[in-house]
Design a protein. Structure first.
Lengths: 135, 107
């Protein structure tokens, strides 16, 4: 079968919406089927790979950081980038203006900086494109 | 013929605009296209048989799919699903929308 590429535009910030979880599941599932994936992080979604995210303890339950084993979106993104390092390939571009507005430049390795023009180019060159907007 | 995949993430009891997906999916189907509605997140609350929320879509011949993880998270068992609703994983969606001549619309 001809090589397939899926482009996703994400807009939700981490820890706000189930959309982020579904998007990460979708990227994982696509890569597992050999489908290349392009992600354009827009608006709050540029914070998904933010390196400053930290797992935390839960003082209400009295659990430690280790016991909580709190998942961070930066860890999910890093894991997906490792899976999509070669073939299939995961390309993740964060909107530069959105990054600057949020002071969100300190991201995990493998994230590129770009603009909506990159999203247009990725969409034009993809088999299909899905935009997951905020509500 | 084009294939349309509508991805409904919203709870029909919370968002009245889920009617937009129902009306649009039926209209597109009536124009001779293949149409699937993939229910995910709170969208799967419509998949329960006792809600009757998917009757018009099923009658119109729209393919109805409910995301397995979203169902499990909400305690919805397979035997509770409305007739015609298939349970699938997110891998089904990834494959379906990474095809040519397919429109993927998130709601």
């Amino acid at each position: 079968m001809k090589e397939r590429t899926l482009t996703l535009a994400l807009m939700d910030p981490p820890y706000e919406s189930a959309n982020s979880t579904t998007a990460l599941r979708l990227i994982s599932a696509a890569l597992a089927q050999g489908i290349n994936v392009n992600v354009f992080g827009y608006e709050g979604a540029v914070c998904l790979p933010l390196k400053d995210q930290a797992p935390h303890a839960n003082p209400v339950k009295g659990t430690t950081v280790e016991e909580e084993d709190h998942p961070t979106t930066k860890a999910f993104v890093s894991a997906l980038l490792a899976i999509g390092k070669e073939q299939p390939r995961l390309t993740w571009v964060n909107c530069g203006l959105c990054v600057d507005e949020r002071g969100a430049a300190n991201v995990v390795d493998g994230i590129k900086r770009g603009s909506p023009a990159d999203f247009f180019k990725m969409a034009a060159e993809s088999t299909n494109t899905l935009v997951i907007p905020t509500k | 013929m084009t294939t349309y995949v509508f991805i409904e993430s919203r709870d029909p009891f919370e968002s009245r605009d889920t009617a937009f997906i129902e009306e649009t999916a039926i209209a597109v189907k009536e124009r001779g296209h293949a149409v699937t509605v993939f229910l995910v997140q709170n969208g799967v609350l419509a998949a329960r048989q006792n809600t009757g929320r998917l009757n018009r879509l099923a009658e119109a011949g729209v393919t109805l799919i409910a995301d397995d993880l979203s169902l499990r998270e909400r305690g919805i068992e397979r035997e509770e699903l409305a007739g015609g609703v298939q349970e699938q994983g997110i891998d089904w969606l990834a494959d379906a929308i990474a095809r040519t001549n397919t429109k993927a619309i998130w709601h």
